[in-house]
Unconditional design. Structure first.
Length: 369
């Protein structure tokens, strides 16, 4: 259904970003996430778009398009969920040419650019063929956002997803990600008589040590492991009968992932530990010679004033789901940093320049003759 209301008043990219940062859209914060999506839906509805609000397992998504299709020529994608932060981080701060706040770089700046694009293009039905996709679960795996929507038939000829590729570098490769839970079962006993029980924590820690040793020295551009969470036991004077840990592992290639998985599964089996996959994302490799991507890079070089170089990402994004569906995806963002930290920032001038890149690209490639 096409939605058209009184045109929303343009407020500027930075002002859009300020409004979006104010929503405390921490993953799982249903009330704040819903409020943000209400705001986005209301704003999109004022720009002659075909609008659809969807939900999967409690995670909302929005899809808006200038044409009555679920597969526009160009798709602009952004997630609005963020990781936890102190309360003051949800107020945009401007200082020395930088914008600070939770989500300014990861990745509400992109959502702000998309809203500004609608303001500037003043879309008339039929003039353009592009869509906007907002999701709310990227920080927890993306399965109920981008993955869900793509499996329902949403897509595009090319997608712009500026969630990595820092400082005007285009992401062409990224690590594979395997996040697991390792569970240890023991036998409880009184803390004064440990020989009568079997300590689940001891077995878990020894298994974790063996797994950790598989990765060697932790350095950039090598496979890595982070033991991100450990819990076990119920009383301070009791032998614990259960313990578990969460392990975040990153691999430079799918081949490395497969080799390590076999070894880790063997360790778990030998120690009678239960290994459960929480999330898996395959590595990604992008051909920048694809016409849609090459045109984007040509425009970016003109605006940035220097060649756009390739980069490898240690993390992962929803781009992997687009890759699984064969959709060329451009992952690149302007100068910024501190994602997931208390000093997350984006360069204001570079943000505005990046907005011009998106506007120019959409105007050239999504214009309907």
């Amino acid at each position: 259904m096409i939605v058209g209301m009184k045109q929303a008043s343009p407020i500027g990219t930075v002002a859009h970003l300020s409004k979006l940062v104010a929503f405390q859209t921490v993953s799982g914060s249903t009330e704040e996430v819903d409020a943000c999506f209400d705001y986005l839906a209301a704003y999109l509805s004022g720009h002659n778009l075909h609008l659809k609000r969807l939900e999967s397992n409690g995670f909302p998504s929005l899809f808006a398009s200038t044409q009555p299709t679920t597969t526009p020529k160009v798709l602009l994608q952004a997630h609005i969920d963020v990781v936890p932060a102190k309360l003051t981080s949800f107020t945009l701060e401007q200082k020395a040419g930088k914008l600070y706040g939770r989500g300014v770089y990861d990745m509400k700046f992109a959502a702000a650019c998309y809203l500004q694009l609608l303001d500037d293009l003043q879309v008339i039905p039929g003039n353009y063929d592009f869509g906007i996709m907002f999701t709310s679960d990227e920080e927890v795996n993306g399965k109920n956002g981008v993955c869900y929507l793509l499996n329902k038939g949403y897509g595009a000829e090319v997608c712009i997803l500026p969630d990595a590729g820092n400082d005007w570098h285009i992401e062409t490769t990224c690590n594979a990600v395997w996040i697991t839970r390792l569970v240890s079962e023991g036998v409880s006993a009184h803390g004064s008589r440990p020989w009568e029980g079997r300590n689940a924590i001891n077995n878990l820690v020894e298994g974790l040590s063996e797994i950790h040793n598989l990765f060697g020295e932790l350095e950039p551009f090598k496979n890595s492991i982070t033991i991100s969470k450990i819990q076990g036991g119920q009383a301070i004077n009791q032998v614990p009968d259960q313990a578990e840990a969460t392990i975040d592992m990153r691999f430079i290639s799918d081949k490395d992932y497969v080799a390590h998985r076999v070894k880790i599964e063997n360790i778990a089996k030998a120690r009678k530990l239960t290994l459960k996959t929480v999330a898996y994302v395959a590595s990604r490799n992008v051909d920048t010679n694809q016409p849609a991507i090459k045109e984007f890079l040509d425009i970016a070089e003109q605006l940035h004033g220097q060649p756009i170089t390739k980069t490898h990402s240690f993390g992962a994004s929803d781009a992997c789901y687009f890759a699984n569906h064969g959709i060329p995806t451009i992952v690149m963002r302007p100068t910024g940093g501190g994602a997931h930290s208390d000093h997350e920032w984006i360069d204001k001038a570079e943000l505005l320049k990046f907005y011009e890149l998106i506007k120019t690209y959409v105007t050239r490639t999504a214009k309907v003759d």
